[in-house]
Every structure is written in C-alpha cells, then in structure tokens.
Design a protein around this ligand. Structure first.
Ligand SMILES: Cc1ncc(COP(=O)(O)O)c(C=O)c1O
Length: 400
C-alpha cells in the first residue's frame, strides 16, 4: 500500500462535496463532509421514526462507538474516559466547575497561554469577570517572527503560582506550532498537584500522540480533521484525571451512578467512571454526524495521515517558494501541525483576494493558514501559488 494517501483512494467517499467547484485549503477549519455522514444521520432518524423510544438501543450503541473511536485516537484504553460535549468550551467549563479541588468557594486559579483559542480565552476571561477565576497568562516569545510558548516558562508560572488548573493547547490554533516539552510540564504539574487540561483541537486526528500521557484532561472535537462538523466534541480524561475525585456542577441524569434505575436518593450519587462527566440527555445526532469521519480516520490510520500531511506541506512550501513566497517554517517540520502559515500584515485582505479566485483559506494573528488534505492536488498548489504571487503581501508585525 502507498504510505501516502492519494486523492484517488478517498475521492469516492466525498463525491457530494467534490461537486462543489473551487480549491479548498481550509481543511484545518471546517473539515469536508463525507457521503457516509448522511447515512449515519439517516440511521439515527430511521430508528426514531420506526421505534420511537426503542431508538435508544441504536442511539446508545452510537454513543458507545463514538467514545471508543475518540478514545482510540487519544490513545486511551477505555472509551468510558470520553464524555460527549457539544463544544470544547463546554469541556473546559466542566473542569472549571469542579475546582478548586478542596471544594472551597474561592476563585479557581488558572495558568494559561495567550495562544489559546477564542472560546477558551473568552470563557476564562468571563470567569475572571464574575470573580470565579484568577488567570495568569503566559505571553508568547517571538521565534523567527512566530509567537511560540516555551514549556520552561509555563513551568515557571506553575511553580510560582501553583494554580488549581493549567490550560494549554498541544498545537496552537493561530500558528499550527506543536507545543514542545509538554510531557515534562505535565509530570511536574502532577507532582505539584496541579490539574492539567490540554486543548487537542488541532492535534486530534493529526498527531499519532495528540496529548501528553501525564495530562489529566483533554478537550477537542470533530469540526476539523475528523470531518464531523459542529457539535461533536468531548472532554476526555486519563485514568489519573478520572481518579482525582473531582465533582463538577455541570451535571445531569446521564452522570448518575444508576443510569436507567431512576432511583431518587437524597444525595446525588455520581457514576464512578468517566460517565460522572456527562450531563443531561445527550444530543445523539451530533454523534451520528461524527461517526463516519472517525471511522475513516481509523481505517486510514493517523500515521498515514500525518505522513501525507507533512509531505503535502513540504510540497506547498516548494511550490510557493518557486513563486517567491515563503512560509514561516519551524526548526523541525515535525513541530508543525496540519497547516502551514504565511506571514502577512494584510492577511485578511489576502484571504479575501484568494476567495475571489475561488480559493478558500483563512487567517489568524497575521498569518494566512493553508491546511492541505489528501484530496488537494499538486496542480491546485500551483494554481494557488500563481494567484498569490500577484497579490501584494505586506510584512507582518509582532502586534498582529
Ligand atoms: C484550539 C481550538 N480549541 C477549541 C476550538 C473550538 O472551541 P469551541 O468548541 O468551544 O467553540 C477551536 C476551533 O477552532 C480551536 O482551534
């Protein structure tokens, strides 16, 4: 078998999407919809039409398969360590609402980087404004014109402030840079009694090891690399995280110890496994939406996907280079996630210009993001480079 995934190999699985004209290079944003997603959504609906509440048999199977598949991609041995959430932010709030660990009412102390995604950033700032959290932010260090976050500095913040919670992305959303040295930070945090939460949104379905083993919690979802669209997200935990004895206020009957017993004891008896992190009646349809993509990733394997992504990014660099365009490349290419970044002070203008030529990309923090997918071709890279070489690009400044 070709170690690289080719367009020919997977194009039949995306026949509906491929009818749409244009060049799609925003695969790091909304992932492409598989034909089979429709079948899974139909299976969810057909069960309901045919069996009314008997559909729960099919629906619970869907939920279990979702947990298993997400768990496998995260390297977990037990799907029960995955709790369905409808956003990554919901997963973060569940953990915030379980802290401080001692159950006191003081604000939750958090260390986080300035490079966290908008939802995470906004939720943390909202907690601060309500007096529910105090956040120490790690500022970026500019490395060759790219904001990066240094593990050593993160660790220093943790040692100095001993927060209740550390929040950090494994791959930063604006730059695609893989956070280096997180394993060590997690080990130290564990020794210091700091709970750790990793945002894996840009490493899940991208890297064979999307989060450090020593971390307690991970948040992520299916919107991007897993082809599952909005809403199919999760909060996952390591065995260590599950056994911390945390209890969140974000709860509901799906977190009860005796799920279908409907017993009403005086105290809220919580499930003893990862189900303790579920909430009320789960939105099963988002799982139906996500299953086909998760199955595809399992069959293609993350190893082949990663190799294909690195190969395509190298090809993009070479093609763009021939037209005088250079990406901000990391010291080692393995330090880059699934998209490459082109620095541009006028990044949003560049995105608009490309869109007017039928090329879909996006921009964050003064970088135009190009996320190739095995469905993209070398010819497409050449066309994009030619269009781009005619668009004036202004230099990016560190304030962007
Ligand atoms: C790093 C990262 N985290 C989280 C999210 C999504 O967060 P939420 O599901 O809370 O909107 C994204 C979406 O782009 C992201 O890039």
């Amino acid at each position: 078998m070709n170690p690289l995934i080719t367009r020919e190999e997977i194009a039949p699985l995306f026949s509906r999407h491929l009818q749409v004209p244009g060049i799609y290079l925003a695969n790091h944003s909304l992932g492409r919809p598989l034909d089979a997603m429709q079948d899974e959504v139909n299976r969810f609906l057909d069960a309901w039409y045919a069996e009314m509440d008997g559909a729960w048999g099919v629906w619970l199977d869907m939920l279990r398969e979702y947990q298993e598949l997400v768990g496998e991609l995260l390297g977990l041995t037990d799907g029960n360590l995955v709790a369905l959430k409808t956003s990554a932010g919901q997963g973060l709030r569940a953990v915030l609402n379980a802290l401080p660990q001692d159950g006191s009412l003081r604000p939750v102390r958090v260390v986080a980087t300035r490079g966290e995604f908008d939802s995470v950033d906004f939720i943390l700032k909202s907690y601060v404004e309500k007096g529910r959290a105090e956040v120490v932010w790690l500022e970026a260090t500019e490395v060759d014109g790219v904001p990066e976050y240094e593990a050593q500095k993160l660790l220093e913040q943790c040692r100095t402030h001993t927060p209740d919670l550390l929040v950090c992305s494994s791959v930063h959303f604006a730059t695609g840079r893989v956070m280096q040295g997180l394993d060590h930070v997690m080990e130290e945090c564990r020794a210091l009694g700091i709970v750790t939460l990793i945002d894996t949104y840009h490493s899940f379905g991208v890297l064979p090891s999307p989060w450090p083993r020593q971390a307690d919690f991970a948040i992520g979802g299916s919107y991007k690399y897993v082809h599952g669209g909005p809403g199919a997200c999760w909060l996952a935990m390591s065995e260590h995280g599950a056994n911390l004895g945390l209890r969140t206020l974000d709860t509901g009957w799906f977190a009860k110890r005796d799920l279908f017993g409907y017993a009403r004891s005086e105290s809220a008896e919580l499930s003893t496994d990862g189900r303790a992190w579920w909430e009320s009646t789960p939105p099963v349809i988002v799982v139906a939406q996500a299953l086909a993509g998760l199955r595809l990733l399992k069959s293609l394997t993350i190893e082949r996907l990663r190799e294909t992504s690195l190969h395509q990014q190298a090809e993009l660099r070479e093609t763009f280079g021939k037209h005088g365009l250079s990406f901000a490349t990391p010291v080692e290419i393995s330090h880059q996630g699934a998209f490459s970044i082109l620095p541009a002070g006028n990044a949003h203008h560049v995105v608009e210009q490309l869109a007017s030529h039928g090329v879909k990309v996006d921009a964050r923090s003064g970088f135009v993001r190009f996320g190739p997918h095995p469905l993209n071709t070398s010819e497409e890279f050449e066309v994009v480079a030619q269009i781009l070489s005619k668009i004036p690009i202004t230099p990016r400044s560190s304030g962007d």
